[in-house]
Write a protein of this length. Structure first.
Length: 335
């Protein structure tokens, strides 16, 4: 065989050479990457049990809803912008002072119906934040249905030095003020209802189990109905969680503000609600509270919002077709 013929038959083209080099490089790179893979993460070792089947880390996470709601900031911002939209359509609420300190004021979104029922909404914020102006978004629902919508401001736990008692006393005094002054804005003092969400759901439970006659010289049925959404009704596990880093729990506080322990003082039907995407512990709190109400012979309705997280479910209060909006209007006999 001639040399030129052998060369022609065995020639390696430039393209084939580059392909071979690239293939070899990829194999080498793949081998290096495989060799540099980190060791598989070891499963977390469970610590001592603190509450039910949870260790400290699990319990802390159970009372931190941010881990279960990646869209938290979007929704909280929406509360504010939707409230601004409502005020643009309805006008600014009437503002009244219900107590001596600057924070003790409440917004009243009035309806045109005379002698109308009243729904007082207690906002959430982990006991640490929130302002009445950002929770006006449900005002249209009530106004169009013929009810006044009242949102009080109140001290937060940081300003109160870690004590929840001043907060509880302020929201109670806000309700008492509405009872005594309802007629000044066209409200019916005999038809007052309370709603609350998150830490406001906890405070709504506190309001519903208040001894109105003993503490305020008001009728024992001052509140005619309540809606507690995504709240906490027994503070024992909350006290054991990371929330104790900013709430200075005491035995007295835990007992006084655990509404599930004071059902003998409850004189109104209650709606209890939670979303299926909330932390399991918040869901359990709602279920246990509803079960305790049933066992005590108190009228209760448990609502489960399928596909809603902790911050989304309360937005359904703003629509007459929403889970909470429909239920609260029915409770107030406005549907």
């Amino acid at each position: 065989m001639r040399t030129s013929e052998w060369t022609r038959r065995n020639r390696v083209t430039r393209r084939e050479l580059l392909r071979a080099v690239a293939s070899g490089a990829l194999i080498a790179a793949g081998g290096a990457a495989f060799a540099q893979q980190p060791a598989q993460k070891q499963p977390r070792v469970k610590g001592p049990i603190v509450w039910l089947d949870m260790d400290q880390a699990e319990l802390d996470a159970a009372y931190d809803q941010s881990a279960y709601a990646p869209n938290l900031q979007q929704i909280v911002k929406r509360y504010g912008t939707n409230s601004e939209g409502v005020r643009a359509r309805l006008g600014a609420p009437q503002r009244y002072a219900y107590g001596p300190t600057p924070i003790e004021g409440l917004d009243v979104y009035v309806t045109k119906r005379p002698n109308a029922p009243i729904n007082i909404f207690i906002h959430g914020g982990a006991w640490r934040g929130g302002l009445a102006k950002d929770f006006g978004y449900a005002a249209e629902l009530f106004g169009h249905a013929g009810a006044h919508y009242v949102v009080p401001d109140f001290i937060n736990v940081m300003e109160a030095g870690g004590n929840l008692m001043p907060m509880a006393e302020q929201v109670r005094r806000a309700v008492a003020w509405v009872r005594r002054n309802a007629q000044s804005f066209g409200g019916d003092p005999e038809r007052i209802y309370v709603s609350g969400h998150s830490s406001g759901g906890h405070l709504a439970g506190v309001i519903l189990t208040t001894d109105w006659r003993k503490n305020f010289d008001l009728p024992s049925d001052t509140v005619k109905g309540g809606m507690c959404c995504s709240g906490m009704f027994d503070l024992k596990p909350v006290r054991l969680s990371a929330r104790s880093s900013y709430v200075k729990f005491t035995d007295e506080m835990e007992q006084a503000l655990s509404s599930q322990r004071h059902l003998d003082k409850l004189n109104a039907p209650v709606i209890v609600a939670h979303g299926t995407l909330e932390s399991p512990e918040f869901q359990r709190q709602a279920r246990d509270f509803a079960a305790a109400l049933t066992a005590a012979g108190k009228p209760v309705q448990l609502l489960v919002g399928e596909g809603y997280n902790h911050f989304e479910i309360i937005e359904t209060l703003a629509s007459p077709y929403g889970l909470l909006g429909r239920a609260v209007l029915e409770q107030m006999k406005l549907s």
